[in-house]
Design a protein around this ligand. Sequence first.
Ligand code: ADQ
Length: 778
Amino acid sequence: MASTLGYLHLHLEPPTCSSPSARPRNGASVLSLRESSATRFFRRDPTHIVCRFDPFIRAAEEKGGILFGVGWAEREGNRQILQAFGFGNGGTQEEAEDVDDDDDLDGEDADEAITDDALRETIKTSKEVLAMQKDLLRQIAERRKLVSFLKRSAVNTNLETNSFGDKDDCFLSNQSSTSEAVDAEYSRTIFFDGHHKKLPHEQEAKNNVLDASLAVVLGLSREVSLEPTETVTVSPSPSKRSGSYTSEVKDFEEFKGKNIQGEKPDHMVASKEEDKSFCALAGKNVMNIILVSAECAPWSKTGGLGDVSAALPKALSRRGHRVMVVVPRYENYSEACDTGIRKRYTVSGQDMEVAYFHAYIDGVDFVFVDSPIFHDCKNDIYGGNRVDILRRMVLFCKAAVEVPWHVPCGGVCYGDGNLAFVANDWHTALLPVYLKTYYRDHGFMTYARCVLVIHNIAHQGRGPLDDFNHVDLPGQCMNLFKLHDPVGGTHFNIFAAGLKTADRVVTVSHGYSWELKTQDGGWGLHGIVNEIEWKFHGIVNGIDSKDWNPKLDAHLQSDGYANYALETLRTGKSQCKAALQRELGLPVRADVQILSFIGRLDHQKGVDIIGEALPWIMSQDVQLIMLGTGRPDLEEMLRRFEREHRDKVRAWVGFSTRMAHRITAGADVLMMPSRFEPCGLNQLYAMMYGTVPVVHAVGGLRDTVPQFDPYSERGLGWAFERAEANMLIDALRNCLKTYKKYKGSWEGLQRRGMMQDLSWGTAAQRYEEVLVAAKYQW
Ligand SMILES: Nc1ncnc2c1ncn2[C@@H]1O[C@H](COP(=O)(O)OP(=O)(O)O[C@H]2O[C@H](CO)[C@@H](O)[C@H](O)[C@H]2O)[C@@H](O)[C@H]1O
């Protein structure tokens, strides 16, 4: 190869990040570069380097013009080996020199001297990585042959290639078993000894990243750790929720050119238009983000956590981040395919295997952690006794924290270089504890961060101190979990440990962030919340404006319901109201006001306050529709309401997403007399559908439902000051009067509600700020 081709365009990122093809140019966090004896760098912009580096040239000569290699850089005073690969066919010397002198790092930066030792270390590591690359190239060459062979076979035998069928499973499990001994060893190293004495897995994880990166660069396979026989592309189409992996055997030569210029794995390649917005939103803050949650809609949902776990990641992805959701696989989900990756973790002394399933939907990687202990609770995901739940969460958190090392998504592992976890509620509050105790304190995942989100502090993972034995942590960690309060005495508290170890903590509204610091609102954790105030943020949830949009809502497209928008509010909403009355067997009347309630039946939601107010409510010209499931006594109360007032009340005891949408569209009023409400999503959904909220002014409800002022025609609903039946009745009286007598004001309320931007866009930006703050915090 001519020496003029020895100039490499290198797009840089921190070590063990996904790969340049997975991370776009604007996603790197390299702040400065230095010149080494063997290297000549010209910086074009912070992440795009043109460099000459003899080993690159040698590798290129051997491999016919594909350049790749390692560089090194400094970031916040810490020198790092950049395992990023340059790729492309190299630029010309003129091109390389056509860079401002200011950009040549011989300049003022050069006086920051590098010690010889450090330099030697860098060169040594570079050589090691190059040796690994060489070895990988050899493997790749072999796999090329295999690809051609299989392609021929596919033609000959009409091989089915559009799903992960038995063939693929065999293939994957073969691979998996080969690494099992190492995995088991690793698990023991990490979780039994408490010290990371050796690195087999670390090395393996690096190899995964490196291997997969090369595979993508060279367009060979989605996952080198599998086998080379297929390139897997994943349908990104949201309408194809059922769409699973499509495996295609692609010709190496044809694919090489495409991927050499690519920035992302195949399944992430966006249109030019999308790419533009990609650059504009997150800019240089682009990160790898992994949201870890016990539930995620539509697969598993008991309440608002499931909604947030589904919607926030999509919004972060739209800002340009690479985003994954990790959630247990409670049952067989048709969208998710077995990756073939198997790992073993120890829970309370018992060795357990997990499998990882994957789907790519709406720009988000969904990774499902599979184990029999999750299947056992598919109908009640928080069911079982305290220790059962704890063991599930221990396994889940252990498995989730290593996902970025083990699970290639679209061919490329996320890696831990530019990574932030978002853990949610007490169920995953062990994740920041594990991340710190087993990894970061031992020099692994050094750059990974964890933000813990409080959706509801009433559930904390409390238990006797003996529960500590189940979490497999060294004895000195006990203090993180030990809490004393008047209710529980001295006890074991998982949320407490998570709050202390997380890099940042977010809660889901400003009102609730204030309440959590008070004795009443903190549920025993207010002391800790006050101590961590410096890292504590309130961000009001958004809503998924595709799922919860009266214009698009799929549940309004049959049975006489209708989609509607601001312009068609009157006709559309009346049609939905009539359809709802008909469906539930209530008298179909346009002039009667429909009051509604949707939610978990527990103390928090104040459904018993509606019960107390029922005699007054039934004395009015209203209909009442209630949907909920939860405490048996409250379920029975709902059934009784219906039995006693069959002409006016309908109670749907159970969980029905379809009915939740239809009630939200058809009702006039949504009641939320919650005793506390961290954010509340139903009032947001209601407002989007022109349904007026009547709420207890607490937490997120206070933040999102300003009281209606008839004089200035402002406000979005009624917000009463105390969670008491008489306060609810007062608010309902005014609400009913406005509905009956002041039609214009009523429509104004509806329209103002519908015109708000309640989408996740702004909230996602706030999350991004918090994640960036965590990233640069040591
Ligand atoms: N029987 C049923 N059938 C169908 N759908 C049902 C249902 N019961 C509830 N839902 C749905 O579940 C969700 C509940 O949302 P909330 O915000 O009220 O949640 P929750 O209190 O569980 O969550 C916690 O987390 C969320 C998210 O952060 C916070 O908003 C909230 O204040 C906090 O308590 C809504 O989508 C609702 O439609």
